[in-house]
Design a protein. Structure first.
Length: 210
């Protein structure tokens, strides 16, 4: 079962990927991690990626996909995998198809922008120990103070409203068109991402078992 999880930043893709990997016994493949790994192991594609990274350039899709192909050929992927952070654009999805990497389902975790903004702008992180909180879903006992170490709770730059809106704009422009791409291929499944975590997992597993 080869999956892609789609959805805006803060839609809950990471949480669901973790749960589904455990339940199905398949790995979640993060493009950032496999790039670093390929560079460290000095594979052919890894050395190519390294030359781009060292000169501060973006690693081309063809190199990323070659590294992805090497990773998918490993034993732990024989029952499937979840792609994390790739593809981000339609050309990347097309390149995946051209390289013969078959995707069974693209699961879109659909959450309206205003819900995403509320979710992300409510996050707080302890500047001392890094513990995370949420003003609505997981508040600290004393406002602004970490339960664990008594450190100050801060809003990360990523969770400030103006940054969230910028990230959402990039998502709508570059990544959202993937929904149309996979819908045309008959592989898109849309899930209501505003429900409880366990309900969302249940919906995804039901689709995968169908």
């Amino acid at each position: 079962m080869n999956l892609i999880l789609l959805g805006a930043p803060g839609a809950g893709k990471g949480t669901q990927a973790e749960i589904i990997c455990d339940k199905l016994g398949i790995p979640s493949i993060s493009t950032g991690n496999i790039l670093r790994e390929a560079v460290k192991n000095a594979t052919k594609a890894g050395l190519e990626a390294k030359s781009y990274m060292e000169s501060g350039k973006l690693v081309p899709d063809s190199v990323v996909i070659a590294i992805l192909k090497d990773r998918i050929a490993q034993d732990d992927c024989k029952n499937g995998f979840i792609l994390d952070g790739f593809p981000r654009t339609v050309p990347q999805a097309e390149a995946l198809d051209q390289m013969g990497i078959v995707i069974d389902h693209a699961v879109d975790i659909d959450v309206p922008d205003q819900v995403i903004e509320k979710r992300l702008s409510g996050r707080r992180v302890c500047e001392g120990c890094g513990a995370s909180y949420h003003i609505d879903n997981k508040p600290s006992a004393k406002e602004g103070i970490c339960d664990r170490c008594g450190g100050n709770l801060i809003i990360r730059k990523d969770d400030k409203p103006e940054t969230i809106r910028e990230r959402l704009a990039v998502y709508h422009e570059q990544t959202e068109p993937l929904k149309g791409y996979y819908q045309k291929a008959g592989k898109l499944v849309s899930i209501d991402g505003t429900r409880e975590i366990a309900e969302i997992t249940g919906q995804i597993l039901k689709v995968l078992e169908a």
